[in-house]
Design a protein around this ligand. Structure first.
Ligand code: SF4
Ligand code: SF4
Length: 202
């Protein structure tokens, strides 16, 4: 499958998830506090290269692949490459510098459920949400246990893997996932001609 087709399929999956999340948020009114970036500031976020393929493709279209790859290679810490600090005092205040192209895990966290060992769905969220909205959190957790519809994390990862098993099945630290996604696009275009119309549409 061509790289552009994979990118489109991943984007289509993201669009479906975004719709589901919008419905979930409208129903539950659970959302993140303004300016909170605590989950992006964690140093143990993991992702698959495939979920960053639309991002890396965009980087390629902008002619920045080599530059971004060099920056990723020289990065000394494991904080997400795309995390943008908005405060020098509190590292948890910040946002994503490329929100539109964020990965699957970034979209799912706080807005999806995981199955526990008893097969019950549990909201995948942070301490912040639990503390900010204790009542809502309790209500949503109980609704989910009682089969209220919520995107399920593992379902989305399964669907991602169906697009490209190799790139969707590897789970690595987030910066490595981005690096692999950039390399994937560069490798692809070292063997395939580039359609210039794509660059003009970027
Ligand atoms: S999910 Fe939690 S930690 Fe992440 S931005 Fe929202 S409130 Fe902050
Ligand atoms: S890609 Fe963006 S949303 Fe995802 S962890 Fe990094 S900064 Fe956060």
């Amino acid at each position: 499958m061509s790289i552009i087709n994979k990118v489109r399929l991943v984007e289509h999956l993201f669009a479906q998830l975004d719709k589901e999340i919008q419905t979930f948020q409208l129903q539950t009114k659970l959302d993140c506090g303004c300016g909170c970036g605590k989950c992006c500031n964690k140093t143990d976020i993991e992702a698959s290269p495939l979920e960053f393929l639309p991002w890396s493709f965009q980087v390629y279209l902008n002619g920045k692949s080599d530059e971004v790859l060099a920056e990723l290679n020289s990065k000394q810490d494991s904080e997400c490459f795309l995390y943008n600090h908005l405060s020098i005092i509190d590292k948890g205040v910040g946002n994503c510098s490329d929100y539109y192209y964020r990965g699957l895990i970034c979209r799912l966290f706080g807005n999806s459920a995981n199955k526990n060992k008893y097969g019950k769905s549990q909201l995948l969220t942070c301490r912040n949400i639990k503390e900010l909205y204790p009542e809502k959190y309790k209500q949503v957790s109980s609704d989910i246990e009682n089969k209220k519809h919520i995107p399920v994390c593992t379902d989305y990862y399964m669907r991602l893997m169906q697009i490209d098993f190799n790139l969707g099945n590897i789970i690595v630290p987030i910066n490595q996932a981005m690096k692999m996604a950039i390399e994937e696009v560069l490798n692809y275009y070292s063997y395939h001609p580039f359609d210039n119309d794509l660059r003009h549409s970027a």
